[in-house]
Design a protein. Structure first.
Length: 141
């Protein structure tokens, strides 16, 4: 059964490092994953997720006008995805959060979301997070 995992912690706590390690572990086992990051985050280059300790990987970009369900569905139809990772999830819109819930529920793809420490995401999208909890989708921190 697909699940949604939601991780947050202080800045510089190693969230991106953990994401990159998890993505590597999927590849090492012959499984397929994809990484997304916010288009406006170009600190380490466009379409890159980079950790302070030097790990890095290419990532698909998302912007506020993108339909993530459609994007992930297209990728999933080309090659079955076992996991989708999202870095900088605090930049998702409410509609994109709903789309990602559909990815878990309809495509049965495991999801990991990572965000900054400010919890702006939770405050901004509290109603949608409540839907996660009532919709049998697992949220963990």
């Amino acid at each position: 059964m697909a699940q949604l995992y939601f991780y947050y912690s202080a800045m510089n706590a190693g969230k991106s490092t953990s994401l990159l390690q998890s993505a590597y572990n999927y590849r090492e086992r012959g499984m397929h994953s994809i990484i997304y990051t916010a288009a406006l985050d170009d600190r380490y280059g466009v379409g890159k997720v980079t950790s302070r300790i030097g790990l890095k990987a290419d990532a698909q970009l998302y912007a506020k006008e993108d339909n993530l369900f459609t994007s992930i569905s297209n990728d999933h139809s080309k090659q079955k995805l076992d996991c989708v990772f999202i870095d900088e999830a605090q930049f998702l819109t409410k509609e994109q959060v709903r789309q990602l819930v559909d990815v878990v529920d309809e495509l049965r793809v495991l999801r990991y979301w990572l965000m900054d420490f400010e919890l702006t995401f939770l405050v901004k999208h509290l109603k949608v997070v409540i839907i996660f909890l009532h919709g049998q989708t697992s949220c963990q921190n």
